[in-house]
Design a protein around this ligand. Structure first.
Ligand SMILES: [Fe+2]
Ligand SMILES: [Fe+2]
Length: 416
């Protein structure tokens, strides 16, 4: 149901859904009758909207005039609260406008889940407690090597690559390998039956699906599915893996769109590099939960980039962890390098290509589609933005194209 902004709420209206703070704390139950005091409290809590009974017809039929302005204003303050302050720097201003426009679209369509992702970035109320540094600093080499389950990728990806490379491979032999993995088979069928391919009748055969999507797309789907199943059992104490994958998939989609804007014809490589860019951080959440929990607290409370806190606290960052893990998995170049150098593209042998993954990550964080732990958008680094070599206006078409592709890809990969 569409939502009403706080300035349109009136005493006596009945809540159609629970009212929660941006941090998720419930303050009023569904069915409560709003009072003037409640409405003032919502402003104090930073709650921008409420689902109110009977508000659907009004707000969907007229979003112009005062209500349109209210939504715009509320969205600007929501986006401004996590954006870097210097909007006159490139590409901050253009990205800020795009994020506000997206926020307004989400409010009008009543996409509560997506709006919650935008508002769920508040700093913790208290200072992170002193961290007990009695434990020795972790050693990256040990972290990556010691976990048998994660030290090798589930082998369906490599089996597929073997059979693809074999001179005697056939569509039937590839389909046989794919069929051994129900998750991969399901994702493949979802992909081939999605709006991208637009077949009027459902495709149900794995070998037909492979013939349609092609070997390159199949191998990238296999790598993505294998990685996601390797990281499917992570405790959600510090990171919600669904949100982590939403961020990763968003980064993959934007990377692919950016590559095609730059006329680089290896778009699956860019999708995979974007998808895997923060995988090292997922490993750190599993292996070093207390260190990473503290790093997250410090980053949110002091508005410091999590990457910098990782470096200070651990002595290495998740980019290095991504490099170690993907090397251990034998993930080939250029995916390995593009994913691993997304925060330091100048160190890559094609810095202008690695810079595209950096920009995709920055845009995914700005859009707030999922999160791998970044709450406040760090300022875009000017030298890296120069490496990207895009006009700020081009961001608009990249942003809109990516947003359109994202919902379908998220549905296929997350099976929602
Ligand atoms: Fe990162
Ligand atoms: Fe990221």
């Amino acid at each position: 149901m569409p939502l009403l902004g706080t300035s349109d709420l009136k005493a006596g209206m009945v809540l159609a859904d629970h009212l929660t703070t941006p941090g998720g704390r419930k303050i009023l139950s569904k069915g409560s009758v709003l009072s003037d005091k409640n409405i003032s409290m919502m402003k104090v809590w930073g709650i921008a909207y409420a689902d109110v009974e009977g508000s659907g017809e009004d707000s969907s039929s007229d979003i112009g005039g005062n209500q349109g302005e209210d939504i715009k204003g509320e969205c600007e303050s929501m986006v401004r609260s996590y954006f870097p302050p210097s909007l006159d720097l490139e590409p901050h201003g253009e990205m800020f406008n795009l994020c506000c426009e997206r926020c307004s679209r989400l409010v009008v369509s009543g996409d509560r889940g997506a709006i919650d992702e935008i508002t769920g970035h508040n700093s913790p109320e208290s200072m992170p407690s002193r961290f007990d540094l009695k434990e020795d600093r972790p050693v990256l080499r040990q972290i990556v090597g010691e976990d048998v389950a994660l030290s090798s990728l589930p082998d369906v990806y490599f089996k597929i690559m073997d059979v693809i490379k074999s001179p005697v491979s056939s569509a039937a032999s590839i389909a046989k390998v794919v069929s051994t993995d129900p998750n991969l088979s399901l994702r493949l069928l979802r992909l081939v039956n999605s709006a991208f391919y637009g077949f009027p009748v459902p495709i149900r055969s794995i070998s037909r699906a492979i013939a349609i999507v092609g070997i390159r797309e199949l191998s990238s789907l296999a790598l993505a599915a294998s990685t996601m199943s390797a990281f499917s059992h992570i405790p959600s104490e510090y990171v919600d893996m669904r949100s982590f994958w939403r961020h990763s998939i968003a980064c993959g989609v934007i990377s692919r769109v950016l590559a095609s804007h730059k006329k680089i014809h290896r778009d699956e490589t860019f999708f995979l590099a974007g998808l895997l860019h923060d995988i090292g951080r997922a490993l750190l959440y599993i292996k070093l939960p207390s260190w990473m929990g503290h790093a997250l607290g410090v980053s949110r409370f002091f508005r410091l980039p999590l990457l910098e806190v990782e470096k200070r606290l651990l002595g290495f960052d998740h980019g290095q962890a991504t490099f170690k893990l993907l090397s251990q998995w034998n993930i080939p170049e250029p995916i390995l390098g593009l994913a691993s150098w997304h925060h330091e593209p100048e160190k890559h042998d094609k810095p202008e290509e690695a810079a595209l993954i950096w920009l995709a990550d920055w845009m995914a964080n700005g859009m707030k589609v999922g999160s791998s732990g970044t709450y406040f958008l760090p300022p875009a680094q000017e030298e890296i933005w120069q490496l990207v070599g895009l006009e700020p206006e081009t961001l608009r078409s990249v942003f809109i194209q990516s947003e359109r592709q994202m919902s379908e890809i998220l549905r296929i990969f997350l099976m929602s």
